[in-house]
Design a protein around this ligand. Structure first.
Ligand SMILES: N[C@@H](CCC(=O)N[C@@H](CS)C(=O)NCC(=O)O)C(=O)O
Length: 271
């Protein structure tokens, strides 16, 4: 039996990686265990037994918890080998994992920082955030969130986030420049399900074009991803809307000029 403890929101970046992977694998038999961060469900005793870091998602397979979204996606891929999301060749698998490592290390932090300095900072009352911070177990996460909320766009985490996405999109544009449809070539893989939910947040903030301008190959790749049903399903979750009055769209509009300015500064200081 598969149970998924997850968040159901259009910007729940790590849960959405797993939902997208399940959908790509056409695995529909799983029991949803929905958590709500604002209710602090992640800190409840029963959940902490499954995930002592108080982080979501967690997959439970026949009673065994599997943590960390990219590891969960890889695990899910192994459950149904007939629809593979990993290449066959071991060197290709190593290269695929290099991309996923970059998504876990850099793109995750970058997306979380940008979401905190925009939607969270502008939407969630500070008192509510401070209450939540009392329970956060990871000092790195605590410092990042506090810096984004207290320092806003002056936070060093914001410049790092803008730079991280610039580096990653540059690298993607280059590899896609030979016309391949997917990062790993002809095969849609876990690279796509690892990055797409993160990039989706930049899209919801209406900031994505800041990085994609002048990157035709990433533009082409992204347009193909967003037309897949595994991605479209994520748009059914709360928080998604085309109109300009959503918290993300409003927050993004407030910061877009400054984000462009920071990107220009980043490009001047980095080779
Ligand atoms: N490295 C973890 C990160 C998971 C994570 O950060 N999840 C967020 C939701 S997207 C969370 O649980 N946040 C809890 C909190 O902020 O208190 C993974 O990839 O699963």
């Amino acid at each position: 039996m598969l149970e998924l403890y997850y968040l159901e929101e259009a910007d729940s970046i790590c849960s959405n990686r797993v939902l997208m992977t399940l959908s790509e694998k056409n695995i529909t038999e799983w029991a949803p265990r929905k958590l709500v961060l604002l209710n602090r469900d992640q800190f409840k005793e029963d959940y902490l037994k499954l995930n002592p870091k108080a982080q979501v998602p967690t997959l439970v397979h026949n009673g065994i918890p599997i943590r960390e979204s990219s590891i969960i996606c890889d695990y899910i891929d192994n459950l149904k080998p007939e629809i593979p999301l990993k290449p066959e060749n071991i060197a290709d698998i190593a290269h695929m994992r290099e991309w996923i490592k970059d998504s876990d290390e850099s793109a995750y932090q970058a997306t979380a920082s940008i979401n905190f300095v925009t939607k969270f900072r502008l939407e969630i009352p500070l008192k509510q955030m401070e209450k939540r911070w009392k329970k956060v177990t990871d000092i790195e996460r605590l410092h990042r969130q506090q810096s984004c909320v207290y320092e806003g766009l002056d936070s060093p985490y914001v410049l790092r986030a803008i730079g991280a996405w610039d580096r990653i999109f540059g690298k993607m544009d280059q590899i896609l420049s030979d016309g391949r449809p997917w990062i790993m070539g002809d095969q849609f893989t876990l690279v796509e399900t690892s990055f797409a939910p993160f990039i989706k947040v930049l899209e919801m903030l209406r900031l994505l074009d800041i990085w994609l301008e002048g990157r035709p190959n990433v533009n082409r790749w992204w347009k193909t991803i967003i037309s897949r049903s595994s991605y479209i399903k994520l748009e059914e979750y709360p928080g998604q809307s085309l109109d300009a009055s959503t918290p993300h769209a409003k927050a993004g509009a407030q910061v877009s000029t400054k984000v462009k300015e920071l990107l220009e500064n980043y490009r001047k200081i980095m080779p």
